[in-house]
Design a protein around this ligand. Structure first.
Ligand code: FAD
Length: 285
């Protein structure tokens, strides 16, 4: 099946997809990402988002990549984090994004790189969402982050859920989750949030599995659990990347199938700036 035929099948399922990239660090990286985007545009994503480095460290690259996507005629969302920022710096950046024609933001608290003091005029993502709404009305569609397996710094699962509800009540239009490999955690989170009055789409974030050590290391820090059976299988493959990719594809395609059968509103793919991991999963569905 060609990528265009795949896009037709997904639109027949009425399942929008969105794609996430990170800003490349070098001109060669930017060129490579341009090619990856062209391949993935065949999937007709609803939008493509670009991450924003801790404490605004990649702001230039983020905005440049967002600008490039918009010029390619595709809707782009800029991730935007507020930790360490002042109201006047956020106001300026919002004006820049608006001037570029950006209509969608992923509003985050973010994490400061170690060694930086907290400072800044924003404490939580809910403060940023409220500020964006107060300053710019309905100019932006605002996405926020959700954690079906609970944010690592949360005081309790209940407090984390309340923090999510607060972000939505502050004016978020939709949410994207941290990745997970246990669909029960997602469905329970959605049920609990809806019981508390949340009525916006909560879109699962899908992380393809293509390598072992990187995923295991990263997941510990970001509030995503790798189930024991997956962790042990990945560790047992050692350096055998072919087996890791084949196993990862099985696991993540199964997960997407469970999510689609459960009625998710869309799928958001963490592409890792590569086309194959995402298209391989969609080809399997
Ligand atoms: P918040 O929603 O503010 O929550 C942070 C913590 O504070 C949670 O533990 C929450 O329970 C707690 N909390 C919230 N409100 C309150 C309150 N009123 N009182 C007490 N506690 C409270 N990071 C980046 O640096 N760049 C990115 O581009 C990026 N993109 C992401 C995209 C998605 C979809 C996701 C899921 C995460 C992303 N992250 C990104 C990671 C994110 O920045 C971190 O997880 C960060 O630690 C939390 O950001 P947040 O917006 O979820 O914070």
């Amino acid at each position: 099946m060609t990528i265009e035929e795949k896009a037709e099948v997904m639109s027949g399922l009425k399942l929008p997809i969105s794609l996430e990239f990170f800003p490349p660090k070098t001109p060669e990286g930017a060129e490579k990402l341009r090619g990856v985007r062209q391949q993935l545009y065949g999937l007709k994503p609803e939008f493509c988002s670009v991450t924003y480095g801790a404490g605004g460290s990649t702001q230039e690259g983020t905005f440049a990549t967002v600008g490039a996507i918009l010029k390619e005629g595709v809707a782009a969302a800029s991730h935007f984090s507020c930790i360490g920022a002042t109201k006047s710096s956020v106001r300026e950046e919002l004006a820049t994004l608006k001037g570029m024609g950006v209509k969608r933001l992923v509003a985050l608290r973010g994490d400061l790189p170690s060694g930086y003091g907290a400072g800044g005029e924003f404490h939580y993502a809910s403060d940023l969402v409220a500020f964006i709404r107060a300053e710019t009305g309905d100019d932006f569609h605002i996405e926020v982050a959700a954690y079906p397996e609970i944010h690592p710094q949360a005081k309790s699962p209940e407090a984390d859920l309340q923090a999510f509800v607060a972000k939505v009540k502050a004016g978020a239009n939709s949410a994207i989750t941290q990745y997970f490999y246990n669909s029960d955690a997602y469905f329970r989170f959605v049920d609990d949030a809806y019981k508390l009055g949340v009525d916006v789409p909560i879109v699962p974030g899908i992380m393809p599995i293509t390598s072992s050590s990187q995923l295991l290391r990263f997941s510990d820090a970001c509030g995503a659990e790798i189930p024991r059976w997956i962790r042990l299988r990945l560790q047992a493959y050692g350096d055998d990347t072919t087996s890791i990719k084949a196993f990862g594809l099985d696991v993540v395609a199964d997960l997407c199938e469970q999510l689609i059968n459960g009625g998710v509103p869309a799928l958001h793919f963490y592409t890792m700036n590569q086309s194959a991991p995402t298209t391989d999963i969609l080809n399997r569905l």
